[in-house]
Design a protein around this ligand. Structure first.
Ligand code: SAH
Length: 263
């Protein structure tokens, strides 16, 4: 087992770092300690080191070194120390290696507006909800808890799918969790689509989002910055989606769109 120790200037930098190291096969993250099975290290050490050093150069990570340590069931150790994240509405999330403990700005903005909409709109967009890129399942679970009739959650990453299923069960919410890179284009299937993913993926799926919304349905997206908004708004407009609102939390942005005509 390899142990990497780091420290970060800001919490969001750690989130990005965590997600990348998970993709490289990091087994367990305990605060600023990362544990990597030796066999994964043998294959990915160069990529991991390169990533760490690159971020040390830009000042976001302080790299304290790598050491070998005895094999242990670090997941079990981690889980016993960090059992669950407690979120509003009594929602509890075990994040494992999936993104979406609920505290990141891109997630918490979506949660805030899910809560506000549930109150103010008497659930009009909460009929059938799609959570594209569900991670831990956090947004899907909030949508269901707030009254959505049916929620479909998809993720490209197998570990996230397993984690989302586990969290749905932990919260007693029935959610259809699918392992998929997207969702099959079901015309007018969803009254609300939630997508907290990278800008380029959002752009790629814009036509599918538009086609899959019911008339009067809404698309809410986050996971990008101010400078990404114009291109996303333009792509949405080209697919018949009207810009309804922009929200901000620190440097992160969230966009809301509505579908007024069938396309
Ligand atoms: N919805 C959660 C997690 C967001 S992280 C939250 O708001 O906190 C983004 C997730 O999208 C990751 O779990 C990643 O595996 C997934 N993802 C990335 N590209 C995808 C794609 N093309 N299709 C489905 N899921 C994707």
């Amino acid at each position: 087992m390899i142990h990497i120790k780091t420290s970060f200037k800001e919490e969001w930098q750690k989130d990005v770092f965590d997600q990348t190291l998970c993709n490289y096969g990091v087994d367990t993250i305990d605060g600023e300690n990362y544990y990597i099975p030796s066999e994964v290290w043998a294959i990915n050490s160069q990529r991991i080191m390169y990533f760490c050093v690159m971020h040390e150069d830009d000042g976001s990570v302080h790299w304290e070194g790598v050491e070998e340590c005895p094999d242990e069931n670090w997941n079990a150790v981690w889980e016993s120390e960090h059992p669950v994240q407690e979120l509003p509405l009594g929602i509890r999330i075990i994040p494992h290696c999936a993104f979406g403990a609920g505290y990141h700005e891109t997630t918490s903005m979506m949660i805030d507006y899910l809560q506000q909409s549930a109150v103010s709109r008497q659930h009009s967009v909460f009929r059938k909800v799609l959570d594209h890129g569900t991670g831990t399942g956090v947004l899907a679970i909030f949508a269901k808890r707030l009254g959505a009739e049916h929620v479909v959650a998809v993720d490209i990453d197998e570990k996230s799918v397993a984690n989302a299923k586990e969290n749905a069960a932990l919260n007693g919410e029935e959610i259809e969790v699918l392992h998929a890179s997207a969702f099959s284009r079901q015309p007018s299937a969803f009254s609300l689509i939630l997508a907290n993913i990278h800008r380029n993926i959002l752009l790629e799926y814009m036509p599918s989002y538009a086609a899959s919304l019911t008339t009067g349905g809404e698309l809410w997206m986050s996971g990008f910055y101010e400078e990404d908004c114009p291109v996303l708004i333009e792509a949405a407009a080209a697919n018949g989606l009207r810009h309804l609102a922009t929200h901000a939390k620190n440097e992160w942005r969230m966009l809301m769109f509505g579908k007024t005509i069938n396309n």
